[in-house]
Design a protein around this ligand. Structure first.
Ligand code: UTP
Length: 474
């Protein structure tokens, strides 16, 4: 029997034979493609997920019992120990100089909310020169390399849909000044979508409805792609994990790295105090001794709004999807084992499919389920996890939606507000409106400055100071 016959039989046996229902109509090429897609599917995993998440034979819902607020390292202005922050910074700088840190961007999402035609990392995000997100990160890496005298490896996780375009973009822009050899791309895994009875959906006669397996899939993709092995060979111990849609993030932050290293942490996270009670961010909590993130949609209202006698929120630590991971931890979780399996989450979606005649169907309401893993679900498996506070204004302004909150406009304004604060601190008079947004357009490249101190230094070193009247791009 041919290999593909065996594969097709296993789909029949699993009750998923419908995947091949147009087999006899397909060309040889289409058959090969369908077989390749089918090989990506772990039928036992799909059966398990159908049981637990789709057919509801196991208890559904997130367990929110026994929650307590998570302890966090506070910023100095909120009572954190200044000496500890200074020591952490030194430790982080040492790790950077020793080449123990690598960067990791998850860029495999579909970016449906933004609706931009192209990989999100290619979105022009800066306020004046319209640099793409990938360039902003590349310049931060170049700036850190200069400062710490090291070369930093950068790993970028793409999806099947955007991989080729992402690589072509980096080639076209000559890797934004980085050595091509230091930038590594790999694709994340995919999961099939199923209908509400657990049947794998087809998107075309020769196309299974496959989609990225969530940012949590990055851990197993790091292992399966060989990325972790590369890091291990290069002596990397700390992976700075960040999302592709947030240009404000300090992707190389010595103090954060230092807290992580000094605690012997396997996974550390950044937090910001919630902006309001029911802000749509995950909450860092302790549950039976383990650090967890409870999504806003799962957090009981009475906990989300609970206050201390003095008025502050009890569950105040919001997650902004910034983490440090140890290489050994990623290997352990990414390889998976009986005791370290990231759960999948169910998302009901409108999934384009075909009818029995093979004609396309664009559903008007959700017609099936996608399975996704979330990276923060790794936290309960991590030893000594540490949560470190940061300032929202300095680190978090993602581009998620085309308009309104977390949109290109708010992100551009937040970048300019931050640059204006650095300039004010250096004694420059930048006109701003009453929300702090400059009334002239300003942009500062990470190659010029990455924070208040480096701005003051670079500005002082400028022999000819540019005029501010009509805006500024440094
Ligand atoms: P989001 O949850 O914002 O999803 O991803 P998205 O796909 O970018 O956008 P929408 O929801 O379709 O509008 C947060 C980060 O995780 C990455 C994204 O690229 C982004 O950096 N991600 C998400 C992946 O790398 N893979 C995934 O499967 C999902």
């Amino acid at each position: 029997m041919k290999d593909h016959d065996v594969l097709m039989q296993s789909f029949q046996a699993a009750g998923q034979g419908q995947v091949f229902r147009f087999w006899t109509d397909l060309s040889a090429e289409q058959r090969t493609s369908l077989i390749e897609q089918a090989r990506e599917i772990d039928l036992a995993e799909v059966a398990r997920l159908n049981d637990s998440l789709v057919l509801g034979r196991q208890a559904a819902g997130v367990d929110v019992s026994g929650l307590e607020p998570a302890p966090c390292v506070a910023l100095p202005e909120h009572g954190g120990d200044t000496a500890l922050w200074a020591e952490a910074k030194l430790a982080g700088e040492k790790a950077l100089r020793q080449g123990k840190v690598a960067l990791f961007t998850v860029a495999g999402g579909q970016g449906t909310r933004l609706g931009y035609d192209g990989p999100k990392g290619t979105f022009p995000v800066t306020p004046v020169t319209r640099k793409p997100l990938f360039q902003v990160f590349a310049e931060k890496i170049l700036a850190a390399q200069r400062r710490y005298g090291c070369e930093l490896m950068w790993f970028i996780m793409t999806s099947h849909a955007n991989h080729a375009q992402t690589l072509a973009f980096f080639d076209k822009h000559r890797h934004f000044g980085l050595r091509p050899e230091q930038v590594h791309f790999f694709r994340q895994g995919r999961m099939p979508a199923v209908d509400f009875s657990g049947k794998i959906l087809l998107e075309g006669r020769d196309q299974i409805a496959l989609s990225p397996d969530g940012h949590g899939g990055s851990l197993r993709a790091l292992v399966r792609s060989g990325a972790i092995e590369r890091m291990e060979r290069a002596g990397v111990e700390v992976i700075s994990y960040f999302q592709v849609d947030n240009p404000l993030i300090r992707i190389i932050d010595p103090a954060f790295i230092g807290f992580h290293v000094r605690r012997g942490s396997e996974m550390s996270s950044r937090m910001v105090p919630k902006a309001f009670d029911k802000e749509k961010v995950g909450h860092f909590c302790i549950q039976r001794g383990k650090l967890v993130v409870i999504e806003y949609s799962d957090m009981p209202d009475e906990l989300a709004t609970l206050r201390h006698a003095a008025g502050e929120l009890v569950y105040n630590a919001g997650s902004i999807a910034i983490h440090l991971l140890s290489t050994a931890f990623v290997r352990r979780v990414g390889e998976g084992g009986a005791n370290v399996v990231l759960p999948f989450h169910r998302a009901d979606k409108k999934i384009p499919t075909i009818d029995d005649a093979g004609a396309p169907v664009k559903p008007a309401k959700p017609n099936g389920v996608k399975f996704e893993m979330f990276v923060f679900d790794a936290l309960p498996f991590a030893r000594n996890p540490v949560v470190v506070e940061t300032r929202r204004s300095e680190e978090f302004s993602p581009v998620k939606n085309a308009e309104g909150v977390d949109s290109p406009k708010t992100c551009s304004d937040d970048q300019m507000k931050l640059f204006a604060r650095w300039m004010h601190a250096a004694g420059l008079a930048v006109p701003v409106d009453d929300t702090g947004v400059p009334t002239i357009r300003i942009e500062i490249s990470p190659l010029f400055a990455v924070d208040e101190d480096s701005f003051a230094e670079s500005w002082a070193a400028l022999k000819v100071k540019p005029a501010l009247a009509d805006g500024l791009a440094l």
